[in-house]
Design a protein around this ligand. Sequence first.
Ligand code: ZN
Length: 470
Amino acid sequence: MTSPATQAAPLLIARHADVLVTMDAQRREIADGALVARGGVIEWVGATDELPAAYSDAVDQPHVRVLELSGHVVTPGFVNTHHHMYQSLTRALPAAQDAELFGWLTNLYPIWAGLTPEMVRVSTQTAMAELMLSGCTTSSDHLYLYPNGSRLDDSIEAAQQIGMRFHAARGSMSVGRSQGGLPPDRVVEGEEAILTETRRLIEEWHDAERHSMLRVVVAPCSPFSVSRDLMRESARLARSYGVSMHTHLAENDNDIAYSREKFGMTPAEYAEDLGWVGSDVWHAHCVKLDEHGIGVFARTGTGIAHCPCSNMRLASGIAPIRRMRDAGVPVGLGVDGSASNDGAHMLGEARQALLLARVGFGPAAMTAREALEIATLGGARVLNRDDIGALAPGMSADFVSFDRQQVGMAGADHDPVAALVFCAPSNVAHSVINGRQVVDNGRLTTLELDAHLTVHRRLALELALAAKAA
Ligand SMILES: [Zn+2]
């Protein structure tokens, strides 16, 4: 027989945070803050000296874990809405360092054609480790090529092992070069096979419940690599299961020119025509979304994954985030794939969002707190979730803490919350996902990172060498 104490779900009491940023409806920032989670769900949030006796009296019981956060700022875990994790094998490749989107893709497709299931698994965990250490607790990943027997299951299993909340986007490409598309024919799939496999993945893996750790997303890669039919059929399939949809849209001027030439429409018109608007849809980039497109997205609740580092790296332009937010378009942040943003750091991405908005639209275009809001609540809304992105009773227990004592934050005590964004991006001290501590004093608890990175390095070299030999 088990005692009542061991029967109870584990209780996590985090207390004495210098500031606890809730992102709740009142945007409270609680001094000497505390948070209590039972299992994967937050039960109580407030000032430490107001912690109910039922909790403070329980701290010595075996099923209770206490996290002392004096000297730390606590925020909700960040939500990454766009990534291609396999690309962490192809960072800083000389052939793709100095090109815009289409040239960059053309140089990389032949290398990516050598991906194996092991490479997908290992690179996904590497990308997730980097994200988790940078404050991210939920991520989407858009995997759109499946060479050599690779499957989305490879990245799903990788996420489950490392303990990240995951929105696995089943990408696809069906229009190869011989049909006027951009990718080489050998990395595209047949459309029937894509839809059948996507249906299998949803039925096997998708969890629609509140606090879900895994959702499947339907995600044809982009207008220049799939057909109209596949876009339409994908939307029909996604909506028949109630799962979200994701793709790339309006990334740069060439992307707009392609859309006008092939479809006779702007990307926003094309998306609307295909049924690719709604609160269950989000598009990556939208750097070149015009006023009409902003209106359509606002009216339909269509979301955007804003990827400022990637947009700068590929010289795509400056997304009109201020205008989008003012119009009511849901905006989240995305680090994008590691081959077009070689540093996948969520706090760094929030900082770049602020800086780039100001370069484009002046010093009032974004505040530090708005950057944090986009990184948390914004991403949650884009992923169509109301259970993450804020710290309040009933929300998922996903939160991170940053140590204020590090040299990069010295002298920033005037506003430790804004300092997270204005100062050099730092890694987290602690991270909790679904009530489980996945980073403890700066170290991942769910992966032997050093040994893992040795394997990752070997696979990255093998992938590049295979392309040279081909
Ligand atoms: Zn992308």
